[in-house]
Design a protein around this ligand. Structure first.
Ligand SMILES: C[S@@+](CC[C@H](N)C(=O)[O-])C[C@H]1O[C@@H](n2cnc3c(N)ncnc32)[C@H](O)[C@@H]1O
Length: 403
C-alpha cells in the first residue's frame, strides 16, 4: 500500500507529523487524522492543569488516559511538559490515528519509555471499562482522564466515571457541539444533556452550565461528586475540568447547586432559581408582560471555577512557551473575576443597539460606574464585550444612557 505523505509541524516543545493531505483543511471528522491548530490553547491549558493538579493534590505519580488522542499531540506534550507520569494510555478508535501516534512517539524519542506509554486502538468506552475492571485497587485507577470527542462527550461520561480515581481524580472534558448546548438545536440538547437550553446573549454560559450539570449527574449515579476547577469557552468548544469526590452526604448537599434560569424574552430580565421543580411565573416581574418568560435547565447554578486552581495555573502559565500565553492569562484572570458574579451577562454592544446610542462607552467606564454605585460588576471570559453585574437591567440601561 502507498505510504501517506507526512508534514512536520511544531507546537510548544513538540514536533509532530500530520498527514499532508490534512494540512490546511478545515478540521472535521473527514480528516485522515484529526488536527486542529485552534485547539492549541486547549492543549496548553490541559498541560498546565495536569501540572497544577499534581502539585495542589500532592500526587507522587500520575496515571493518565488520553482517550481520544488523534495524532497523539496532546499526550506527547503531556509526556514532555509534565513530570511524575507513571503511565499514560494514548488511545484512538481510528487505526490511522494510532499509526500516526506511534510515529510521533518515535519522532519525539519517547519509544524508550515503553513501560510508561500504552498506545491502544479502541473505542474509548471499551478502554475505560477494561482499565476499570483490571484495576480494583484504588491506587491503580487513573488520576486523570481526558475526553475530547467530535461533538458531545455524553456517551463517554458513565464509563469514564467508573474508571477515574474516586477521590481527587481529574476529569477533563471537551464538548464541541456548541450549537446544541447554546440553544440553536434545543431538542437535541434535551435529548443529549437532558436539559433545555436558551439561545440568548449569554447562551455560552448557559451551555457550559448545562454541561456541568449533566457531568455531575452522571458522576452522581456512579457515587461520585464533582467540584468544578475550570470551565472555559474558546473557539467553538467548551472545556470543563473537575475534581472527583466520594461522600454521599456531600453529594446530596451539592443538589442545591443546580436549578433553572428564567429569562424574559421581552425586557431581558433573567434570574437563577435553586429549584428542582420549576413553576414558570405567568408574568415578568420587571416588564409585567404576560407569556414572555422562558427558562433553561436544569443546569449548574453554583461556581464554575476554583480560584486556587486558577491561581496555580496563572503561576505556571508564566513559564509556558506558547503564543497563547497572553490569551490564557486574560482568560484565567477573567475566570477569577466572574466566579463570584451572578449568572448571565449583558453584551454592551447589544445594549447600545437596543438603546439606539450613537457610540459604545468603554467597558471599563461602565464597570467603574456600576461599582461606584456600590454594586458588583465584572467582565466575563465567555464574551469579552459583556459585563456581569448584580445591578438590575433597567438601571444598567439608565447608566449606559447617561454615559
Ligand atoms: C477532536 S479529535 C481529538 C483531538 C486531540 N485530542 C488533539 O488534541 O489533537 C477526536 C478524536 O476522537 C477519536 N474518536 C472518535 N470517537 C471515538 C471513540 N468512540 N473512541 C475513541 N476515539 C474516538 C477520533 O478518531 C478523533 O481522532
Amino acid at each position: 500500500m502507498k505510504k501517506k505523505a507526512l508534514t512536520l509541524i511544531k507546537e510548544g516543545l513538540t514536533e509532530f507529523y500530520i498527514h499532508t493531505i490534512d494540512n490546511g483543511s478545515i478540521p472535521s471528522k473527514a480528516m485522515n487524522v484529526f488536527y486542529n491548530k485552534r485547539m492549541e490553547i486547549n492543549r496548553d491549558i490541559s498541560t498546565l492543569a495536569i501540572n497544577a493538579y499534581r502539585d495542589l493534590f500532592k500526587k507522587d505519580e500520575l496515571i493518565i488516559v488520553d482517550s481520544m488522542a488523534a495524532s497523539g499531540l496532546s499526550a506527547i506534550r503531556i509526556l514532555k511538559e509534565c513530570s511524575k507520569i507513571k503511565k499514560i494510555f494514548i488511545n484512538d478508535i481510528n487505526p490511522e490515528a494510532v499509526k500516526l501516534i506511534k510515529k510521533n512517539i518515535r519522532l519525539n524519542n519517547l519509544e524508550k519509555n515503553h513501560s510508561q506509554i500504552e498506545v491502544t486502538n479502541k473505542d474509548a468506552n471499551l478502554l475505560f471499562s477494561e482499565i476499570a475492571n483490571s484495576s480494583d485497587e484504588i491506587h491503580k485507577k487513573p488520576n486523570v482522564i481526558s475526553i475530547d470527542p467530535f461533538g458531545t462527550p455524553n456517551l463517554y461520561m458513565d464509563s469514564a466515571f467508573k474508571t477515574i480515581e474516586k477521590v481527587n481524580g481529574l476529569m477533563c472534558i471537551t464538548a464541541t457541539d456548541t450549537a446544541v448546548l447554546f440553544g440553536v438545536r434545543p431538542k437535541a440538547c434535551i435529548r443529549k444533556y437532558l436539559a433545555k437550553p436558551l439561545h440568548t446573549e449569554y447562551c455560552k454560559e448557559i451551555g457550559a452550565r448545562i454541561l456541568i450539570y449533566f457531568v455531575s449527574r452522571i458522576a452522581n449515579i456512579n457515587k461520585i461528586g464533582i467540584i468544578p476547577l475550570l470551565t472555559f469557552y474558546s473557539s467553538h468548544f467548551i472545556r470543563f475540568l473537575c475534581l472527583s469526590f466520594k461522600n454521599k452526604k456531600k453529594i446530596s448537599s451539592f443538589f442545591k447547586k443546580s436549578g433553572y434560569i428564567i429569562h424574559c424574552n421581552n425586557c431581558g430580565y433573567r434570574s437563577a432559581f435553586r429549584n428542582n421543580i420549576l413553576v414558570l411565573p405567568k408574568e415578568c416581574p420587571i416588564c409585567n408582560n404576560k407569556g414572555v418568560l422562558d427558562y433553561a435547565g436544569p443546569l449548574w447554578i453554583d461556581k464554575i471555577h476554583d480560584v486556587d486552581f486558577i491561581q496555580k495555573l496563572l503561576i505556571l502559565n508564566r513559564t509556558l512557551k506558547s503564543p497563547h500565553k497572553k490569551r490564557i492569562e486574560k482568560l484565567l484572570t477573567l475566570a477569577i473575576e466572574e466566579n463570584n458574579m451572578p449568572i448571565s451577562y449583558y453584551n454592551v454592544h447589544k445594549l447600545c443597539q437596543n438603546l439606539k446610542l450613537p457610540s459604545v462607552p468603554k467597558i471599563e467606564v461602565i464597570i467603574d460606574k456600576i461599582r461606584e454605585m456600590g454594586y458588583r460588576c465584572s467582565r466575563t471570559h465567555f464574551d469579552f464585550l459583556s459585563i456581569k453585574s448584580d445591578l438590575d437591567l433597567p438601571t444598567i440601561k439608565d447608566i449606559m444612557y447617561k454615559l
